[in-house]
Write a protein that binds this ligand. Structure first.
Ligand code: CP
Length: 306
């Protein structure tokens, strides 16, 4: 199997996701055995990040280095020619001739699709505004599979900023493709899923429960996917401050969860998970972040194959 671009989680069906997971398992073995790899020798990844990132950018870079390839990019969009007024179209038409694959993060929804339409090399969406973050979803699903041995028959809480949280948008859509999952959407009225996402989930016949009360939901859940309130997407600081800190998982909250429950977070966190629960065996968000490496190694390997 091969696919050229990856701009939405809907680009992959369950078979495609399984294929990426098999590749990621092979990558995990390479990492565990500390074996050097030349799978992407002579290949260059360009990272075009027009928004801040720690995990996504560095794990893409790490993945390409682990595969024997190279990386070009700018660490700060303020040092790119976008600052001088260059269009995304011109940036892509230039950078495509410097590399073999591009990972792009942009504050604008649909930026990766626009890039894909104008690029001769594969485009990977590394997050586009409040829309989607499909590579994060692959590592989220991989983390759930590794911990629960299944992606179906799960009750999954999605908590926090479901309006602007692109990781939750992509994950909810992916989980809807697996049998008998129940999504428990935990958010205040202001931060519920946008209508477009709700409609897509309804079209798939997803079972959705809506609540504002995390504590009440906690004991029923197999997985809780916490998300940060996305300060940068609010129209004003005042509106953000009204909702900041609305949900916090601390020791007391976690005491209400099942023993085989898992607590996930795409990170970065602000205040929604108290560090006092980091050492609880059910807190798996740093392992989740690590899985970004084998998953992105798998994607780079697949997408740069001749
Ligand atoms: N999960 C995630 O996208 O993190 P970064 O913003 O640090 O890349």
């Amino acid at each position: 199997m091969k696919f050229k671009n990856f701009t939405s989680i809907n680009d992959l069906d369950k078979e495609g996701i399984d294929f990426v997971f098999r590749e990621a398992d092979n990558m995990l073995k390479l990492l565990e055995n500390k074996k050097p790899s030349n799978i992407c020798r002579n290949k260059i990844l360009a990272t075009l990040f027009f928004e801040p990132s720690t995990r996504t950018r560095l794990s893409f870079e790490c993945a390409m280095h682990r595969l024997g390839g190279s990386v070009i990019g700018f660490a700060d969009a303020n040092t790119s020619s976008e600052k001088k007024g260059e269009s995304l179209f011109d940036t892509i038409r230039t950078v495509e001739s410097y590399c073999d694959v591009i990972a792009i993060r942009s504050p604008f929804e649909g930026a990766s699709k626009l890039a894909m339409q104008n690029s001769s090399v594969p485009i990977i969406n590394a997050g586009d505004g409040g829309h989607e973050h499909p590579t994060q979803t692959l590592l989220d699903l991989y983390t759930i599979k590794k911990n629960k041995n299944r992606l179906s028959n799960l009750k999954i809480g999605l908590c926090g900023d479901l309006k602007f949280g692109r990781t939750a948008h992509s994950l909810a859509q992916a989980l809807s493709d697996y049998d008998n999952n129940i999504l428990v959407c935990i958010s205040p009225d202001e931060l519920q899923f946008p209508e477009g996402i709700k409609n897509k989930l309804e079209e798939k016949g997803t079972k959705i429960l809506q609540t504002k009360n995390l504590k009440e939901a906690m004991g029923e859940l197999d997985v809780l996917y916490m998300t940060r309130i996305q300060k940068e997407r609010f129209v004003s600081e005042k509106e953000y401050l009204k909702l900041k800190g609305i949900y916090v998982v601390d020791k007391e909250m976690l005491s209400g969860a099942k023993q085989d429950f898992i607590l996930m977070h795409p990170l970065p966190r602000v205040d929604e998970i108290n560090p006092e629960v980091d050492e609880d065996k059910r807190s798996i968000y740093f392992k989740q972040a690590f899985y970004g490496i084998p998953i992105r190694m798998a994607l780079l390997s697949i997408m740069t194959r001749g």
